[in-house]
Unconditional design. Structure first.
Length: 283
């Protein structure tokens, strides 16, 4: 084990699962990750979750978090305003293999997403009383909880990993891609390319005391990074290039980029972009 000095280069929230993200200067850490991260989700009429995998236009839904509400904007649509302290009827929805309690956000939100997507859809909010545990095979004995994220509270990526990918893309005559393709919550400076693969514990300074995270499982990548977040156009990059050097034998050859993380300590602490920290590396 050895420690490396790192810096929290940027912080990102994705209030509605599979919709656009927000770069923030500060975010409150709660048990399920960053407050308001993947707190809402789009579902079909049967309560099954919908994502960019089948509906890339979700990438163009742009959120703005204000003091009292979440505002969603999308091409050709009037803005949708959602109060942060109001929900409607309780319901049950499915995200991957988990059926969980949630709250429907009402007919206006349902009509907005249905009109935008051209199919029946509803918007739901995660029930804060619901316990949705991360896979215990990877959570290292931590009682790790998440909301509507795929499986873990946080996703951590280093700036060096993106730089290495863009170097390889350039060598193949392909344009660079931005970090938003990979939808991280925490972006770190101070690691070598894919150095996050070997981080065991990440400790970040905050105004309220240290935040301690355990990096648990490489993030397997589907087709979402191939969706251009500016246009929703679907291509084959950067997936094709990643497949040349990021197949992980530990995960059956799945292509990985970034590391999932769970919260060990620092719940109700405020994380700030620019925070200094230490990464304990285990080779």
């Amino acid at each position: 084990m050895s420690d490396l000095d790192v810096t929290l280069q940027s912080l990102h929230l994705y209030p509605v699962k599979s919709c656009g993200g927000i770069g923030v200067h500060e975010a409150l850490l709660i048990e399920t990750g960053l407050e308001f991260d993947r707190a809402w989700m789009v579902v079909d009429e049967h309560g099954e979750f919908l994502t960019q995998r089948e509906l890339p236009r979700l990438a163009l839904v742009a959120p703005t978090l204000r003091v009292d509400d979440l505002v969603l904007r999308a091409p050709g649509m009037l803005a949708l305003h959602l109060s942060l302290d109001a929900v409607e009827a309780p319901c049950r929805v499915r995200v991957w293999d988990d059926e969980v309690r949630a709250y429907d956000m009402g007919e206006l939100a349902a009509q907005w997403f249905s009109d935008y997507l051209g199919r029946r859809a509803r918007l739901v909010r995660f029930d804060p009383e619901q316990r949705r545990a991360s896979d215990p095979r990877y959570s290292g004995g931590v009682d790790a909880q998440t909301a509507f994220a795929d499986g873990f509270a946080l996703l951590v990526v280093s700036t060096a990993s993106l730089a290495e990918l863009n170097r390889r893309l350039a060598a193949r005559g392909q344009p660079p891609v931005a970090m938003e393709r990979f939808r991280p919550n925490l972006v770190l400076d101070g690691l070598d390319a894919h150095g996050e693969d070997f981080v065991d514990t990440l400790t970040l300074d905050s105004p309220d005391g240290p935040v301690v995270l355990k990096l648990t499982k490489p993030c397997t990548r589907c087709t979402t990074p191939n969706v251009d977040p500016a246009t929703a156009a679907v291509g084959t990059e950067p997936g094709d290039t990643l497949a040349l050097y990021r197949a992980d034998a530990r995960l059956g050859g799945a292509v990985t980029f970034g590391m999932n993380a769970v919260v060990v300590g620092g719940v109700e602490h405020r994380l700030r972009a620019g925070a200094r920290g230490r990464a304990t590396v285990a080779f």
